[in-house]
Design a protein around this ligand. Structure first.
Ligand code: HEC
Ligand code: HEC
Ligand code: HEC
Ligand code: HEC
Ligand code: HEC
Ligand code: HEC
Ligand code: HEC
Ligand code: HEC
Ligand code: HEC
Ligand code: HEC
Length: 292
């Protein structure tokens, strides 16, 4: 590309390097947008200006804003592209020109955020400093996500939850905002496992005796990842109700798992707390009944 540009027709003043037609060069933008141009020197995108993407050397502003020759002459806002005023799909195209092949975006095509709704600039502001360009503090990320997902944020105010409100963790510990190969943009760790196992690695297995739903149906069959009124973030307020959803032939439909044998006197308080005996509820290496 660079070679083509080198032989392209020259624009503007004699001392400016040759550029493709219609482009003005960042030096020209600087004349009127002094503050932005000055701050831009500390922007990670400044490497574009100095040649990281050779085709855009000396034209970093226009790598996002498009050819600015006409605008530079008229100072007419309608003659220049403001990426965040474009339809989302258009904005994404501008950014993905350079960012498409990064691993983080491998799954973006599948994400709801890409369905022409939520563009790159909904989460990344270019000219407002490093924290707004790429939020890294958990608080900043959570605030950004919560600004649209306020019902999800409300769930994190429940008694049993991950410590997001305290800023100890963020939405992106579990989700890849750019999309994922798992449903709901759930971030993956090794071998496409859900992100839960990055932190709860003791539950990864493989176990000699697995509890079938842990692997087959996933953590959210029994846990509410965004917080719960129930201890251990369970989906039911008593453990036994959860178990009996699958381990009972009285429950609606047929039993998914085995029915507890006769020794289980379910009227006796002793048998109500299933996990007192079935301690290794996520899988065991020694006991088929998950007791050890
Ligand atoms: C001659 C002065 C001048 C030059 C040179 C100039 N601009 Fe502007 N630009 C302006 C003014 C004035 C406005 C505000 C227009 C308005 O609000 O009506 C503006 C607005 C903008 C906007 C906002 C448009 C919008 O719709 O929100 C962008 C983006 C922009 N300029 C980018 C550039 C870029 C990139 C360059 C270099 C290629 C450049 N400008 C060169 C004067 C200039
Ligand atoms: C990486 C892409 C990118 C680059 C590079 C870039 N801009 Fe922007 N610019 C944007 C986006 C996106 C907006 C919309 C506001 C925002 O998200 O920060 C914007 C907004 C603006 C505005 C409108 C005022 C405002 O703050 O909303 C002006 C003026 C502007 N840019 C000028 C420039 C100039 C001058 C350069 C080069 C020194 C430049 N931009 C480089 C993406 C870029
Ligand atoms: C002309 C190529 C180019 C375009 C267009 C471009 N970027 Fe970048 N971007 C880069 C380069 C180069 C870097 C810095 C090196 C790196 O981290 O890869 C970067 C870095 C970033 C970063 C990381 C900043 C950090 O602190 O690590 C974000 C976020 C980002 N760009 C978002 C955007 C968004 C949003 C757009 C569209 C409005 C955009 N970029 C358009 C080339 C580009
Ligand atoms: C829903 C919000 C959201 C959207 C939409 C979004 N990002 Fe991000 N992006 C983030 C967050 C949050 C981070 C920081 C993630 C972290 O550090 O865990 C990030 C990180 C990045 C980084 C830094 C490097 C990396 O891989 O982590 C780049 C580059 C980037 N985004 C580019 C883009 C581009 C390009 C688009 C549009 C195609 C986009 N993002 C859309 C939220 C978003
Ligand atoms: C500008 C508003 C906006 C922001 C900011 C935003 N989202 Fe979204 N998000 C949406 C919309 C719109 C959808 C699609 C909703 C739907 O399909 O019902 C969505 C969907 C999702 C989904 C479901 C995705 C899927 O693939 O099914 C997840 C997970 C998600 N967002 C997480 C996040 C995270 C994490 C952040 C912060 C990094 C964030 N969002 C920031 C608007 C936003
Ligand atoms: C502990 C991990 C974890 C954290 C932290 C987390 N999520 Fe989720 N989220 C999940 C899982 C797992 C699902 C999929 C649930 C399912 O399959 O039913 C999900 C589903 C979603 C969905 C789609 C379904 C729905 O409930 O609307 C959205 C949107 C979402 N999360 C947004 C967020 C936002 C925003 C944050 C931060 C405030 C966040 N999540 C924090 C694990 C997490
Ligand atoms: C970034 C690390 C991290 C990720 C990712 C993560 N967790 Fe956690 N989880 C924790 C920490 C730390 C605790 C301890 C509780 C606290 O912070 O108060 C915890 C607590 C829990 C608890 C409650 C334990 C108790 O004793 O009450 C459950 C259940 C849980 N996580 C399930 C999940 C599920 C399901 C996922 C995936 C959807 C997940 N976690 C993802 C770090 C993580
Ligand atoms: C079949 C239902 C079920 C599934 C599926 C399940 N859990 Fe649990 N989990 C439980 C029960 C019940 C408890 C509470 C045990 C107790 O009462 O002590 C628990 C407790 C926990 C705890 C807190 C104490 C401990 O044992 O470490 C964490 C963390 C946890 N689960 C994470 C996960 C993760 C991560 C997944 C997915 C890999 C998952 N769970 C899948 C039922 C389940
Ligand atoms: C989502 C459905 C589901 C839930 C909820 C569930 N289980 Fe299971 N469980 C199964 C399935 C399926 C098997 C495998 C049955 C088989 O292989 O025949 C199983 C196996 C078991 C086993 C091993 C013995 C056997 O039959 O293989 C025990 C013990 C067990 N579950 C106890 C529990 C307890 C205690 C709870 C509540 C904390 C619980 N289960 C919650 C579906 C579930
Ligand atoms: C006092 C300890 C104890 C409690 C409490 C307990 N179990 Fe058991 N459970 C056992 C023992 C011991 C076995 C193995 C029985 C055998 O050897 O046949 C067993 C076996 C099972 C099996 C395997 C059935 C099969 O043969 O496939 C299931 C399912 C089961 N229990 C579910 C539950 C459920 C659900 C609860 C709570 C309502 C519960 N258990 C409470 C001790 C207990």
């Amino acid at each position: 590309m660079a070679a083509i540009f080198l032989f392209g027709p020259s624009l503007c003043s004699a001392q400016s390097p040759s550029r493709p037609p219609g482009y003005a060069g960042s030096d020209t933008c600087q004349v009127c947008h002094e503050d932005i141009a000055k701050a831009f020197q500390k922007n990670p995108h400044h490497v574009v200006e100095t040649g990281a993407k050779p085709a855009w050397k000396g034209m970093a502003c226009e790598s996002c804003h498009g050819p600015g020759g006409k605008h530079a002459e008229s100072a007419d806002a309608a003659a220049i592209v403001n990426p965040s005023k474009q339809p989302a799909a258009k904005t994404d195209q501008i950014c993905l020109k350079c960012h498409l092949n990064q691993p983080t975006h491998a799954g973006r095509i599948r994400s709801s955020h890409v369905k022409d709704q939520v563009s790159c600039t909904s989460c990344h502001a270019i000219h407002q400093g490093p924290d707004k360009l790429r939020p890294t503090r958990a608080d900043d990320i959570n605030r950004k996500c919560a600004s649209c997902h306020n019902s999800v944020w409300a769930q994190f105010q429940r008694p049993y939850k991950h410590r997001l409100p305290e800023g100890a963790m963020s939405c992106t510990d579990c989700h890849n905002p750019h999309g994922s190969f798992l449903a709901r943009s759930v971030r993956t760790v090794a071998a496409n496992e859900p992100s839960c196992l990055r932190c709860h690695s003791d539950l990864r297995g493989p176990f000699a005796f697995e509890h079938a739903p842990v692997r087959l149906e996933g953590c959210t069959t029994c846990h509410e990842p965004h917080g719960s009124a129930n201890p251990r973030m369970l989906t039911r307020h008593e453990v036994r109700f959860l178990c009996l959803e699958c381990h009972s032939n009285i429950a609606a439909g047929s039993a998914l798992g085995g029915v507890p044998p006769a020794i289980h006197d379910l009227r006796s308080p002793r048998f109500r707390n299933c996990t007192i005996c079935h301690v290794k509820i996520h899988g065991s290496n020694v006991d088929a009944y998950l007791e050890r």
